[in-house]
Design a binder for this molecule. Structure first.
Ligand code: TTP
Ligand code: MG
Length: 374
């Protein structure tokens, strides 16, 4: 008897009202190399240190389409790639050029909409339901974006157009390079059902293997499964698999809006009545602000202190400086100075807050190359 016997879950709703584009650059790193060095064209190009230089250690970042004909893929060992294609041209990679191209592409996308969710150095989702050009056809928009990218960077991209992120992503991968695939709500189910399960975004080799053991090889096989059985086998991910087999993915774009400030505050049910207690709390808040700034790679040029008295009267006071800071000791010293000037300990403190604003990025070298945080 199936695990789900006797229990029914409500059927999820399929939102088909949005227009989503997914853009993914073709053989990105190697295309930048070929653009900048035309003699590479037509030859197998592999982005990795030559195994001779590394004692066989390195990993392939990517390979152009010529090299892929030899079975060379991203994440393969460079030594394996060398065995498959000894005449291959190994290039270490010029990350600042890739980053620059990536930022150029990002700028082009923002000419169409500000709803852009970058997924990695070479791919992004755009929600063009409403767009800056007031063009209704997402297909036409995708074509225009691809043309702009080509004209301005001499690089090709592939685009997928559909009503959600999940299908747009599969679509962009469907015809590469320089492809454009549109999947309408009417076509979606047939498109998903013919798809091998390992091509579903988010289903990696481990899950594919487990699916195969359950005799799930395609989207159509997945569609046949009961939701509760999928939950039984895959936990919470089972809910998402059930929906994906039905062309449902209502997740909005995840926009990394620029943070304007970082603030921490605490309410004291037992109001603070001594200077020492206030300073101790400011020191703690400064440490918390420092931690968030660090996580976001930001520093600040203004510190704001918020004080609420037992009477509930609240004041905020701020101080600005020209040299940006990010250390908790500096944050604390400005906060303590503000407290010194404006705080009244005899009124009893119910809440304290410390906020860093006028944020700017901390300039540092790219330490890790993958994942790419731009
Ligand atoms: P992908 O978009 O996965 O690959 P791609 O652009 O090279 O090729 P495709 O035409 O199939 O999209 O990744 C983008 C870039 O990210 C790629 O050019 C190199 C880099 N990368 C790595 O460094 N390591 C990896 O394991 C992968 C998958 C990519
Ligand atoms: Mg790519």
């Amino acid at each position: 008897m199936p695990f789900s016997a006797g229990i029914e879950l409500p059927e999820p709703h399929r939102d088909t009202t949005r227009k989503i584009i997914h853009i993914d650059m073709d053989a990105f790193f190697s295309s930048v190399e070929e653009r900048d060095c035309p003699s590479l064209r037509g030859k197998p190009v592999i982005i990795a240190k030559h195994p001779r230089k590394t004692g066989g250690k390195g990993i392939v970042a990517t390979a152009n389409y010529v090299a892929r004909q030899y079975g060379i893929r991203s994440a393969m060992s460079a030594y394996e790639a060398y065995k498959r294609c000894p005449e291959g041209i190994f290039i270490e990679g010029n990350f600042s050029a890739y980053r620059e191209a990536s930022l150029q592409i990002r700028d082009i996308m923002h000419r169409y909409t500000d709803l852009v969710e970058p997924m990695s150095i070479d791919e992004a989702y755009l929600d063009v339901t409403e767009n800056k050009l007031n063009i209704k056809s997402a297909t036409l928009l995708a074509k225009n974006i691809q043309q702009d990218i080509w004209r301005e960077t001499r690089l090709t991209s592939s685009a997928g157009v559909s009503y959600n992120k999940f299908i747009a992503k599969i679509a962009s991968d469907y015809r590469k390079p320089a492809g454009l695939t549109v999947i309408t709500p009417e076509q979606a189910l047939a498109f998903i059902h013919q798809l091998p399960i390992e091509k579903f975004p988010g289903i990696g080799p481990k899950t594919s293997k487990k699916m195969h053991e359950l005799k799930i090889y395609t989207g159509a096989d997945l569609y046949q499964m009961e939701q509760l059985d999928l939950i039984h086998h895959f936990g919470k991910a089972g809910i998402s698999y059930y929906r994906k087999a039905r062309g449902i993915d209502n997740k909005p774009l995840n926009l990394q809006r620029e943070r304007k400030s970082v603030g921490k505050e605490h309410t004291y049910f037992q109001p603070l009545t001594s200077e020492a207690a206030v300073l101790k709390e400011l020191r703690r808040l400064a440490k918390e602000v420092e931690a968030v700034l660090e996580r976001h790679g930001k520093q600040c040029k203004t510190i704001v202190v918020k004080i609420r008295y037992r009477s509930f009267e609240t004041l905020t006071r701020q101080t600005s400086f020209t040299a940006p800071i990010r250390d908790s000791a500096d944050i604390y010293s400005y906060a303590a100075e503000l407290w010194d000037k404006f705080g009244q300990v005899d009124r009893e403190i119910r809440l304290l807050g410390v906020t860093a604003t006028k944020l700017e990025p901390v300039e540092h070298q790219m330490i890790s190359l993958f994942p790419y945080h731009l």
